[in-house]
Design a protein around this ligand. Structure first.
Ligand code: UT7
Length: 318
């Protein structure tokens, strides 16, 4: 028994923040942002628009594409670092907004690898026969945890959501998933705040040692693909589409080059979305499905890396 992705969806908030807009906010330039990151613009959630609101639109698109209704969903997993509130989970809030109350719903926190972690987890529920249809969502409003005076971070991130519906099937489907973490890096990329007696202690904004993250990302994004290829006895040339986490075009290009995967087989959205953390992979997947690049029978590798550090990959036969 396997799980198959039978529908994808995504949503980007209306407001676009360009590099030129950022030039008037911090000491930066369009040229610096483009050449160092490949980012040209990012979407920003409206006042009051929460991670669950973005997730709702992406989920409705994915459920429609799957030819299902919300009542058919047996399990909801939401990957987010920017939940609506401390609790309940954004997955429970999303479940209510979808108008259903069936099956478990929970969040996964693995920062930019969150969607990969969530998809791997949902695959285990579906392929083991525990549930028939699962909704897996990556949704983020990073604009809420940006220090808009810090040019080293605020130019990098954006808001958005992507979703997939997984269904049980006798044909693959998800071929394998590989998840990793190394908590010794927990302070390299973080929003290091905690709440004590109702007061925030520490900074609730994203802080990052950019070059450490960069080097680590290039290393493990290659390893995560090699591991998946080895387990499935495939070669890099068997991969039709590489869909990596979209943080920096230079990380994406280096990873593809090291793997010998040609640029034209890499799905890239970072120029238009910025880094949307857990939403970046499902956003890119949905774009490539809807524009007709992804076709039945193709091999697709989804992979992510992020705070924790966490990283991993999911290999799919479409
Ligand atoms: O999603 C989780 C994973 N996250 C990532 O993968 C992010 C990984 N890291 C990166 O993408 C890159 O390290 C960055 C884009 C964050 C930074 O690029 P870099 O080439 O590593 O630049 P840098 O941090 O070494 O900074 C170079 C210079 C510095 O100035 P000095 O010290 O050389 O005078 C920075 O102060 O660029 C300066 N700088 C900026 N200048 C203009 C940093 N941010 C900016 C900015 N505009 N926005």
């Amino acid at each position: 028994m396997y799980s198959r992705i039978i529908g994808t969806g995504s949503y980007l908030p209306e407001k676009i923040l360009t590099n030129q807009d950022l030039e008037s906010m911090v000491d930066t330039s369009d040229e610096w942002i483009r050449t160092r990151t490949g980012i040209e613009q990012r979407h920003i959630a409206a006042e009051g628009q929460m991670a669950s609101d973005l997730a709702l639109k992406a989920s409705q698109n994915a459920i429609d594409a799957a030819g299902l209704q919300a009542k058919d969903i047996d399990l909801i997993i939401v990957a987010t670092t920017t939940p609506d509130m401390i609790f309940p989970s954004t997955a429970c809030i999303l479940q209510n907004k979808l108008g259903t109350s069936r099956g478990p719903a929970f969040d996964i926190q693995a920062v930019c690898s969150g969607f990969i972690y969530a998809l791997a987890t949902a695959d285990m529920f579906v392929s083991s026969g525990k549930v028939r249809n699962a909704l897996v969502v990556g949704t983020e409003v990073y604009s809420r945890i940006m220090d808009w005076n810090d040019r080293t971070t605020c130019v990098l991130f954006g808001d958005g959501a992507g979703a997939v519906v997984l269904a049980r099937d006798q044909k693959p489907g998800i071929l394998s998933s590989h998840l990793h973490a190394d908590g010794s890096y927990n302070q390299v990329l973080s929003a290091p705040a905690s709440i004590h007696s109702g007061k925030i202690q520490g900074t609730p904004f994203v802080t990052m040692e950019g070059s450490t993250v960069f080097k680590f990302a290039v290393k493990v994004l290659e390893e995560a693909v090699l591991e998946a290829l080895q387990e499935n006895q495939l070669q890099a040339s068997d991969i039709d589409w590489l869909i990596p986490h979209q943080a920096n075009i230079r990380i994406i290009t280096s990873t593809a080059k090291k793997l010998g995967i040609p640029e034209e087989k890499v799905v890239k959205t970072v120029s238009q979305h910025g880094n949307t953390s857990a939403a970046s992979v499902p956003l890119a997947l949905d774009q490539a499905v809807r524009d007709g690049r992804i076709l039945p029978g193709q091999h697709i590798i989804l992979e992510g890396v992020g705070g924790g550090f966490t990283w991993g990959s999911v290999l799919v036969r479409w």
